[in-house]
Design a protein around this ligand. Structure first.
Ligand code: HMG
Ligand code: MG
Length: 306
């Protein structure tokens, strides 16, 4: 079995991790988290979402957060933009504050599409089409997320054929990269591999990433299963923060610290300094007054005390 020799991790903690927090997290804290993640060697950070503040109040400060980030060469910053309104808000700032990449997000299940973005899968593609075109005209990268790629909180199991369909629709509208997302963390390694195979019918290995929530504790196993297939790009969340407001009970993404510990142990390069990453996770966990939701971070922090 040959694993990739390097892996790119996108830390989605500031966005996916914080979007579900009930108490407001000040923009300055989000900005500091982004700075700490880039200092730790993350080459891409998903910073925020330009979505309706009525739907996701925690992301209402998207423009302020983007404006406050000290950009670092070699680090990409991405944001979610579900429609033209969100995209226009993201690029209404001076060019230096534009995102390097935008994310449009669809679902492999109709029910989740309705609950999350208030439209059908087909309608979502029509909303995304001008967003994708406008981003590409400005040389902003475009990633597409496919939520509920293995299971849906409303419909149960999701067939790989649904993932293949949404991947094809995304390809048709010009999305350059897709993320296969286990939104509610119900996937098992075999199911995740089937979902990845379905996505690979329309996208190459270099245009594909995994986004695994850890509700049932299998996100790391699912990462390993995708690695076995050669998938080398993953979203993860520092301190295992997060969840989706429209996927009740689902926990955060796989903790970046846990993925980095596993990859480095396997001799796979990430460019990330694990100690600095643990500090970043500790920073946001302290602010939220909880312990990092990462086994590796906990072990490393205990070792520092001992
Ligand atoms: P809608 O209500 O259908 O939109 O929402 P609309 O076009 O009818 O507009 C209704 C109101 O929203 C209007 O305001 C618009 O101006 C406003 P009003 O006139 O009533 O005062 N509006 C906006 N405001 C700010 N920014 C915008 C925007 N668009 C409309 N971009 C919409 C459609 C998609 C906007 C809404 O459903 C929404 O914001 N949903 C939020 C979804 C979300 O953020 N979910 C969490 C992120 S996705 C995720 O976590 C999954 C992922 O991690 C992968 C995985 O794990 O599965 C990516
Ligand atoms: Mg997610």
């Amino acid at each position: 079995m040959k694993f990739p020799s390097k892996v790119k991790l996108v830390d989605v903690g500031p966005r996916d991790g914080l979007q579900n927090e009930k108490a407001p997290v000040p923009a300055a804290v989000k900005i500091e988290l982004v700075h700490r993640l880039q200092d730790a060697g993350l080459s891409e950070i998903e910073v925020t979402s330009f979505v309706s503040p009525k739907w996701v109040p925690q992301m209402a400060d998207a423009a302020e957060v983007m404006a406050g980030i000290r950009r670092q060469p070699g680090v990409r910053h991405s944001v979610l933009t579900p429609n033209m309104k969100g995209f226009e808000a993201a690029v209404s700032a001076p060019r230096a504050q534009w995102p390097d990449e935008i994310v449009v997000f669809a679902a492999a299940s109709e029910a989740f599409s309705q609950r999350n973005i208030n439209c059908s899968i087909t309608e979502s593609m029509e909303r995304f089409r001008p967003v994708v075109a406008a981003a590409r005209e400005r040389s902003i990268g475009v990633r597409g997320a496919i939520s509920c790629a293995v299971g849906c909180p409303y419909e149960g199991d999701v067939a790989p054929a649904q993932v293949e369909l949404v991947a094809r629709l995304m390809k048709d509208i010009g999305v350059q990269h897709i993320g296969v997302a286990d939104t509610i963390g119900v996937g098992t390694p075999d199911k995740v591999q089937r979902a990845m195979e379905a996505a690979l019918k329309h996208y190459g290995l270099d245009e594909l990433s995994g986004h695994f929530h850890d509700t049932y504790g299998l996100a790391l196993a699912n990462t390993l299963a995708a690695l076995e297939m050669g998938v080398w790009q993953y979203d993860s969340s520092s301190a295992g923060l997060g969840g989706c407001p429209y996927a009740k009970g689902a926990t955060g993404n796989v903790a970046t610290e846990d993925v980095v510990y596993m990859l480095h142990g396997m001799g796979i390069a990430t460019g990330i300094d694990l100690d600095k990453l643990v500090d970043a996770g500790q920073f946001i966990s302290d602010f939220l007054e909880r312990k990092p939701n990462s086994r590796a971070a906990t072990a490393l922090l205990n070792k520092r005390v001992a």
